[in-house]
Design a protein around this ligand. Structure first.
Ligand code: RNT
Ligand code: ZN
Length: 423
């Protein structure tokens, strides 16, 4: 055993004693953590580009900024980048794929004609790694989305095209779930909305509900595919009105028994996702999270170990919701190394979960029940300086991934050897 490893184990042993004194079972926390999968979003690897080459802007209010070199240009490059990222992240995770990442072997396949075979290489890749997958219809970056409306479009033919895309994607989701032996969560997000004041807020919402009902009409076994719907406050170009708002989808998900997707960047800046989890799970069986980080707006910055990320993880653990919440990531930063972005964001999500699992929740609850809010606050603050780092390092060591900042050396080497040669 190397000197560094010995030091790490000593630090861990000591840390475990500190936590035990507070009644926290560190080994149980690590075992629980190892069973949590995070769904890594494919779109961080190529700035939400996809492989269709429609020549169309992203549109849909999605904005990726930055021109860091080395972005993946092909599915094989994207998979290689994901392989690199996954080798630096402890645990077994999932891939969250958008329909625009289909592989059609040079043939033009319209989005309403996509089939499971167009995702076979992704499925094989995931299967070989023992990973599950999640899926998303792509309702943007397409000529038929160019006027900012899709499922709520006033033109029936345009709506029909997108309904068919949604239907095709649920079938693809089911095929993915069946192939991988774990349900695929297929998430619907559409950009529909108006830049300026609408004269009619009602009709587009009625059209959206009708389109969604048409997409979900076919019964699919939840063992294979589960449907989620994602609302939003505003987008660039839809500042005044978004058809699929939070209230719209909350009601839709409850009435239709769908999963609700909560994206951390999709609310007013002082509103937090962490507070919504226990509220919506009163009425819904399961939800999907898009863990993101808005800076002043829905900017999709790389997730860091922020107070809000910690709060989200605390809610999942304290509320015993881990089995009812699918954790996905949603950010895209093109101004830094894209592989590093995945690694930073995912490792932070896992760190936040570990912190939450190491919390002396029982003791905190007891203090709260006794009305001793002074001690509750004091203990919460003292927890912040417990030797968490030693436990996290040990978890990485055990999972055979780099400890501390050592992962960065590997990303830098990959950048020099692979990414910079792409230009
Ligand atoms: C957009 C939504 C949506 C997208 C992805 C690419 O505001 O957050 O989830 O980010 O589908
Ligand atoms: Zn999202």
């Amino acid at each position: 055993m190397s000197h560094a490893t010995q030091r790490l184990e000593r630090a861990f042993t000591l840390a475990r004693e500190y936590y035990a004194e507070l009644g926290v079972d560190v080994d149980a926390a690590l075992q629980r953590l190892a069973r949590i999968s995070i769904s890594l979003h494919c779109w961080q690897g190529d700035d939400v580009g996809g492989f269709e080459n429609t020549g169309q802007d992203l549109g849909g209010g999605l904005a990726v900024t930055g021109n860091y070199p080395g972005k993946a240009r092909t599915p094989d490059e994207l998979r290689a980048d994901l392989d690199m990222a996954l080798s630096l992240i402890p645990g077994t995770h999932r891939l969250n794929l958008h329909a625009s990442y289909a592989e059609c072997d040079g043939q033009k396949v319209e989005r309403n004609e996509l089939e499971p075979q167009h995702f076979q290489r992704w499925i094989d890749w995931a299967k070989a790694k023992g990973m599950g997958m999640d899926f998303n219809p792509t309702f943007f970056a397409h000529p038929k989305a160019a006027d900012g409306f899709t499922l709520a479009h006033p033109d029936r033919a345009v709506r029909q095209f997108w309904i068919e895309h949604g239907i095709a994607c649920r079938r693809i989701g089911a095929a993915i779930g069946a192939a991988l032996g774990t349900p695929c969560v297929t998430n619907v997000w559409i950009p529909d909305g108006y830049k300026d004041l609408p004269a009619d807020r009602r009709a587009p919402r009625e059209r959206l509900a009708e389109s969604l009902d048409a997409i979900f009409a076919e019964a699919i076994d939840p063992q294979f595919n589960r449907d989620a719907v994602e609302g939003k406050l505003f987008g660039i170009g839809s500042e005044s009105y978004v058809v699929g708002s939070h209230e719209f989808y909350l009601g839709y998900a409850i009435s239709r028994k769908k999963l609700l997707c909560l994206d951390a960047g999709h609310y007013h800046p002082t509103e937090v996702l962490s507070d919504k989890i226990s509220a919506v799970l009163m009425w819904l069986d399961e939800i999907l999270l898009h863990v993101s980080r808005g800076v002043r707006w829905d900017s999709d910055h790389v997730v860091i170990l922020s107070d809000e990320l910690e709060a989200i993880a605390q809610e999942l653990v304290r509320g015993n919701y881990l089995d009812r919440v699918h954790i996905g990531l949603d950010f895209f930063d093109a101004s830094i190394n894209r592989v590093a972005a995945w690694v930073i964001g995912t490792r932070c999500m896992i760190k936040a979960l570990l912190l939450a699992l190491l919390e002396p929740t029982e003791r905190l609850r007891q203090l709260e029940a006794e009305g001793d809010f002074t001690s509750r606050l004091a203990l919460l603050e003292e927890c912040k300086t417990l030797p968490f780092g030693a436990v996290w390092d040990y978890y990485c060591l055990q999972a055979d991934v780099p400890v501390g900042a050592a992962w960065l050396d590997e990303v830098k080497r990959y950048e020099a050897d692979v990414l910079l040669k792409r230009n």
